[in-house]
Design a protein. Sequence first.
Length: 254
Amino acid sequence: MTLPHDVSGDGPALVLLHSSVCDRRMWDPQWPVLVDAGYRVVRCDFRGFGDSPVADRPYGDAADVTDLLEHLGIEQAALVGASYGGQVALELAATRPHAVTALVLLGSAMPGHVPGPALRSFAEREDALFEAGDLAGAVELNVETWLGPEAGDETRERVRQMQRHAFEVQSAAQEEFTPAETQVDLSQIKAPCLAVSGAHDLADFREIAARLPERIPGARHLELPWAGHLPGLERPGAVADLLTQFLRETVPGA
């Protein structure tokens, strides 16, 4: 299956990978800015999100993105990943190091990470609500957990709609396949890397970002004092500026 996707612009390829709270629409604010900055911008929906159906057989999200890039004739690309999308980006950059030109991680998850108490508690509460059929409650739990104090009502509603849609698609599936767990060696990553965390995020994601420079040669860490887990939705313009500045330094646009 080719993942549902959008492509626009000319220049070096840039792939946007969404959080598991959202779908590819989360990049709406940054999309035109990055196209205007001189990049061929690609965004896609992982299986079970947005316009993508759930998987009907075992699969891997990184493999799906690799297949999409091959379908588009893209041999090298910069990657921007939010939360779970950051984990997928890390897997791609570690297993195909010469295909990834730059890496920006926003509140990224990490392959092999063992959840801490707060993240385990969230997962248990979400599972309980989902299994009870309380999708509205599960949606609100996600909105309250993952958006920081900068997020206004409009942003919260956008996240609410994306998460609700994903839950509806996933709950309607006859059989559930989850992405294959993959262990990777992050020291194999060659691309310039910026790991961004939010001061209002859960400790897991702040610690992942802070420690990535120990695991990835040359990686940099930046903590945003105003941000929660999804800074690209909380202050869209600030994150667009951050992305274009880092990419201008590492993979200049056309």
